[in-house]
Design a protein around this ligand. Structure first.
Ligand code: ADP
Ligand code: MG
Length: 698
């Protein structure tokens, strides 16, 4: 174990290292910036830069980079060496406070949704001292925010920091009403990351996987996940080796990778870290995803992070465990008696209101072409947002919104019937895996995000919507100017009213059932099934009011995000359609034709050898193949037409609508007829690895 404790965080310029390496006055001033958000002087920055560089060089680093998250969601980096020539043929390694604080990448090719036209390419990266710098592949990586010349956020980090500040301010107002002092408030995040691992060998033979990250064709495997043997099953040796290396690399980077296990689908796995500050947790999740992809090749594997690499079995999500913490204490901890924990009830009502009022925006925050395949496909929550509270809190809400008395569900001892086993106390929040937003004891688990998404968007929405609910509460209570019991009564009345007003969002049943879709429609809950349907909410008046009220996004920043999301969706569908067309034309049709002509030649050969031979079954097969070829051709022509129809459409929203409602159905139809042939064509003629081959490797 000594090894792990030595390894952990060894590549991170964390507080421990800072304390060791910085003069104590500098360290204290830096801590003030990190913990209290105080501005940083250049002289402090200079000392920090120097210490960072010395530390990094000792660890073998030669370059540094401002590490940032443009609107594409993945991270960007441009490496600069520490090298500074002295003019006499020698050089030293140098790194100044200025270089630490600000960078100027030429980022004109990064998507910005029109925020920064190419002729005005300037963008700045600005050091985020609240997330640690780290060394990755001999490069000192400095987490930074990325903004335009005119100060607009061009990235995912800036709005998350702004939304955390909004929560902090409003939580402190609420705490003040409860007589508590101003404190540091952060939101916390634990991101459970799902992924697939397949062999490099099969991957390399699939153009669709290489180009789009998912299989655009493939008949269902003979065995899927119905035997439920993979979930938590023993981990196969190749994968185990991979996971070990991944843990080591992540631990060195200070990422607290904690849990790893096989997931539901064959070849699917999950990694969950310990939760931390949302801003840092998002950085860590991006690092984790990057390491997952890169390390796979050491083991002859490829890591697939697409939401739906394989049809017919579960896709991958990224559960977003969210909470708010005040000076290290979890605000969503209900305590032993939630019914009489007024502060908790105020927060609970705040969440219920936030999720109800901004359900469409939350849905929007996880919208992507990939995730559209998961939501509502009976493997992940539907596209309808609702909250699951569990028995205990449900009883509390019931008591507060009706005249019924409160019946606490006392902890029940479970007797396992075996004397040697200790009896355990049953959790009073049972799990409901079908809910998109579930209370899980002391945090909320938002289960809609897809595996490849950057979690900033949904946390930005959650935080800002929560700030809005709490602001309403604080405004109303402050105006009353009451304290003590009178305040408590007023606050309780507020909680009752809010819970009643937003009760429709609470749903404890089975989120996968068709009945729920109907029931949700009756309740007036939104059900935006596709990204094209979900995105317009981002540019609604209501969204603009929310984000501008809390200074999280300006109208231009909102619009640029909308444009980037729309364009990305349209581009992805375009690529998928192109790959399908090409694969059908150049890979599948020739293969099926070859097989058909082989069957035909065999028939002639058999007939020549034996005129009386019964060729019925061969004829039947040949007919099926020829019909299949013609069906594929027809569907291919349909897709060409629909696809060509929208090629020149300038209006991206209209184009997205066409993609969602016409192009994708045409792609599905084409896939169906190709997959049908996979079950008929001889295996040596089938041109690509099948699901059986890809999912069940050793
Ligand atoms: P599962 O949902 O698979 O049962 P766990 O309950 O073990 O998983 O927790 C899932 C994630 O929730 C972990 O990353 C954990 O660190 C995180 N988590 C636990 N408490 C909090 C919290 N207060 N805030 C945010 N995330 C949390
Ligand atoms: Mg979970």
């Amino acid at each position: 174990m000594a090894r792990v404790s030595e390894l952990y965080g060894s590549m991170v310029f964390n507080e421990h290292t800072m304390q060791e390496r910085l003069p104590s006055v500098t360290y204290k001033r830096l801590l003030k910036t990190m913990k209290e958000g105080q501005p940083l002087d250049l002289d402090v920055a200079n000392e920090v830069a120097h210490a960072m560089k010395e530390w990094a060089i000792e660890k073998g680093a030669t370059h540094y980079t401002h590490w940032f998250q443009p609107l594409s969601g993945i991270t960007s980096e441009k490496h600069d060496s520490f090298l500074e020539p002295l003019g006499d043929g020698r050089a030293i390694m140098s790194f100044s406070g200025k270089e630490l604080i600000k960078g100027e990448p030429d980022a004109s090719s990064l998507s910005s949704g029109g925020l920064r036209a190419t002729f005005e390419a300037r963008g700045y990266t600005v050091w985020d001292p609240t997330s640690y710098a780290f060394i990755k592949d001999e490069v000192l990586c400095i987490p930074t925010a990325f903004c335009s010349y005119t100060g607009e956020a061009l990235d995912k980090k800036t709005p998350i920091l702004r939304s955390m500040a909004a929560v902090e301010e409003q939580v402190n107002r609420v705490l003040a009403l409860f007589g508590e002092e101003k404190q540091r408030v952060i939101t916390t995040l634990g991101a459970e990351q799902e992924y697939f691992l397949i062999s490099e060998e099969t991957y390399a033979q699939r153009q669709d996987l290489i180009m789009t990250g998912r299989t655009l064709f493939g008949a269902a495997p003979c065995k899927g996940q119905e035997l439920e043997e993979h979930y938590f099953g023993a981990i196969r040796p190749t994968v185990n080796e991979y996971m070990k290396e991944l843990d080591d690399e992540l631990w060195a980077l200070g990422v607290p990778a904690k849990t790893k296990h096989n997931e539901t689908a064959p070849a699917q796995h999950e990694l969950a870290p310990l939760f931390t500050n949302t801003n840092r947790a998002i950085d860590e999740n991006l690092l984790t995803m990057e390491k997952m992809r890169l390390l796979a090749s050491h083991h002859g594997l490829v890591c697939l992070q697409h939401e739906k690499p394989f049809e017919g079995i579960n896709g991958s999500g990224k559960h977003n465990n969210w909470s708010i913490s005040v000076a290290g204490k979890n605000l969503f901890d209900p305590g032993a008696d939630p019914m009489h924990n007024l502060r908790f009830l105020v927060l609970l009502a705040g969440v219920v209101q936030a999720v109800d009022d901004y359900q469409e925006l939350l849905r929007m925050s996880v919208a992507s072409a990939g995730n559209d395949h998961r939501l509502g496909a009976h493997e992940a929550p539907p596209a309808i947002v609702s909250i699951f509270l569990g028995d205990e809190l449900d009883a509390v809400v019931e008591a507060l919104t009706t005249e019924h008395g409160y019946e606490s569900s006392d902890p029940i001892e479970m007797d396992l019937g075996v004397e040697a086993l200790p009896n355990i106390i049953k959790d009073n929040t049972d799990r409901n895996r079908t809910s998109p937003f579930a209370f899980t004891g002391n945090k909320f688990e938002f289960r809609m995000p897809g595996s490849s998404v950057n979690l900033s968007d949904c946390n930005m929405v959650l935080n800002t919507a929560m700030a809005k609910s709490l602001k309403e509460f604080a405004d109303e209570m402050e105006e009353l100017q009451v304290t003590g019991e009178v305040f408590e009564e007023a606050a309780l009345a507020y909680v009752r009213r809010t819970l009643k007003d937003h009760q429709r969002i609470i749903f404890n049943g089975n989120g996968y059932s068709d009945d729920w879709e109907e029931e949700a429609a009756r309740r007036g809950l939104a059900n935006n099934r596709t990204t094209a349907d979900a995105l317009p909410c981002l540019v609604s008046k209501k969204t603009e009011e929310l984000f501008t009220e809390f200074g999280v996004l300006s109208p231009t920043e909102i619009f640029s995000r909308y444009e980037v999301k729309l364009e990305k969706y349209n581009k992805l569908i375009n690529i998928e359609a192109l790959v399908m067309e090409r694969m059908v034309q150049r890979v599948y049709l020739p293969a099926i034709n070859n097989y058909a002509s082989e069957v035909a030649q065999n028939m002639t050969a058999i007939h020549n050898a034996c005129v009386t031979a019964d060729l019925h079954s061969q004829e039947h097969l040949l007919n099926r193949l020829v019909k299949g070829i013609s069906a594929i051709n027809n569907r291919l022509q349909d897709l060409y037409h629909i696809h060509a129809d929208i090629a020149d459409m300038k209006d991206q929203q209209k184009r997205a609508n066409k993609n969602a409602h016409e192009v994708i159905p045409a792609m599905d139809a084409l896939r169906a007829v190709v997959d049908d042939m996979e079950n008929v064509v001889g295996s040596e003629h089938w041109p690509v690895p099948t699901y059986n081959e890809m999912l069940f490797y050793v």
